[in-house]
Ligand binder design. Structure first.
Ligand code: NAD
Length: 335
């Protein structure tokens, strides 16, 4: 089988995880990763045997630190069929010209706007929309988490109205610069938050409004989901639909917080302690005065990783069927 050549531009929280997931796929070949700084992550990438590329003006800096690079970002792009851009939000958009000139397909992350690609992606929801596309955006961790539950519930019962409060981690564990460290921050203060419109880039007709708050934690986001459904149903009916979703995991058995979920991920032997699935407390699934409520936790560093793999498969038309691609990705990653 000819493997699709994949390059990763930006090797931070998301990039290094996408690189590892791509390397596990039989139908893909990781041709290289691009790093701007010679730090421990660069050394780790070399240790894993990945080809490391860098910006043209960084080659000397890398080599001074003893890191041998395989070439420039431009050279990496030339050798690839598709690039997954995992540079920081808004930096990614500045790379579009480079990818267009090289004539390769590109995937961006949730830090970029929908207008950059015109196609915002979640595997369960709109895999088919990305088939053969040149440019696709894999939506943010929060939007991915919301699409994974809203989409099947909408198909089964019809979502009349979704109201979601997002309790957001302030920073990723490796980020020593971002706060707050001792405050609860309504963010944004202007309501509703941008997260609802972002869900609409994937599920256009959904009636959703969101509010968001930043909390001094690095361990996961937590969503309080409240839905009005078109069809009458019980909490058990909802639980049955969610139980069928391969990227949803029910939690209980003494798990009362995001900290314990992260401990579970480590106990499961997950790489980097990642939790790729939405974690829903099935005990929280409740119908109250005709409305549905539940809590779900989202591991911001990792839930979008399988979605990136599926996006590559759709854009390169390696698999036309969403459920088949999801199955392959889940199996290779161990979901
Ligand atoms: P990050 O800061 O951890 O990693 C970005 C990497 O890109 C860093 O290694 C940085 O050195 C490198 N970089 C910076 N400028 C570059 C350039 N011009 N060319 C190549 N590399 C460059 O960021 P991240 O958290 O991985 O976020 C990447 C994208 O993923 C953003 O769009 C973000 O919004 C999105 N995202 C992040 C999370 C999360 O929780 N971290 C979750 C989902 C989506």
């Amino acid at each position: 089988m000819t493997k699709v050549k994949v390059a990763i531009n930006g090797y931070g929280t998301i990039g290094k995880r996408v690189a590892d997931a791509v390397a596990l796929q039989d139908d893909m070949e990781l041709i290289g990763v691009a790093k701007t700084r010679p730090n421990f992550e660069t050394v780790m990438a070399k240790d894993k045997g990945f080809n490391v590329y860098t910006l043209a003006d960084r080659v000397e800096v890398m080599e001074k630190e003893g890191i041998e690079v395989s070439g420039t970002v431009e050279e990496m792009i030339e050798a690839a069929d598709v690039v997954v851009d995992c540079t920081p939000g808004k930096v990614g958009a500045t790379n579009k010209d480079l990818y267009e000139k090289a004539g390769i397909k590109a995937i961006w992350q949730g830090g970029e706007s929908h207008t950059l690609t015109g196609c915002s992606f979640n595997a369960e929801t709109n895999y088919e929309e990305a088939l053969g596309k040149d440019f696709v955006r894999v939506v943010s961790c929060n939007t991915t988490g919301l699409c994974r539950v809203l989409s099947p519930l909408d198909k089964e019962f019809g979502v009349k109205k979704a109201r979601v409060t997002l309790l957001r981690r302030a920073a990723d564990p490796g980020d020593i610069k971002t706060g707050p460290i001792n405050a609860i921050v309504p963010n944004p203060i202007k309501l509703p938050s941008h997260h609802g419109p972002d869900v609409k880039t994937v599920i256009p007709n959904i009636n959703i409004a969101t509010t968001a708050v930043k909390l001094p934690t690095t361990l996961m986001h937590l969503h309080t989901v409240n839905l009005e459904l078109e069809k009458e149903c019980t909490a058990e009916d909802v639980e049955s639909v969610l139980a069928e979703q391969s990227r949803v995991r029910f939690v209980g058995q003494g798990i009362t917080s995001t900290a314990e979920i992260m401990e579970l991920a480590k106990d499961l032997g997950r790489p980097r302690g990642d939790m790729w699935e939405n974690c829903i407390w099935n005990e929280s699934i409740t119908m109250y005065e005709g409305e549905l409520y539940f809590f779900q936790a989202i591991h911001q560093e990792s839930d979008v990783i399988p979605e990136n793999v599926d996006a590559i498969r759709a854009m390169m038309e390696l698999e036309s069927d969403a459920s088949r691609s999801i199955e392959i990705t889940n199996k290779t990653m161990g979901i």
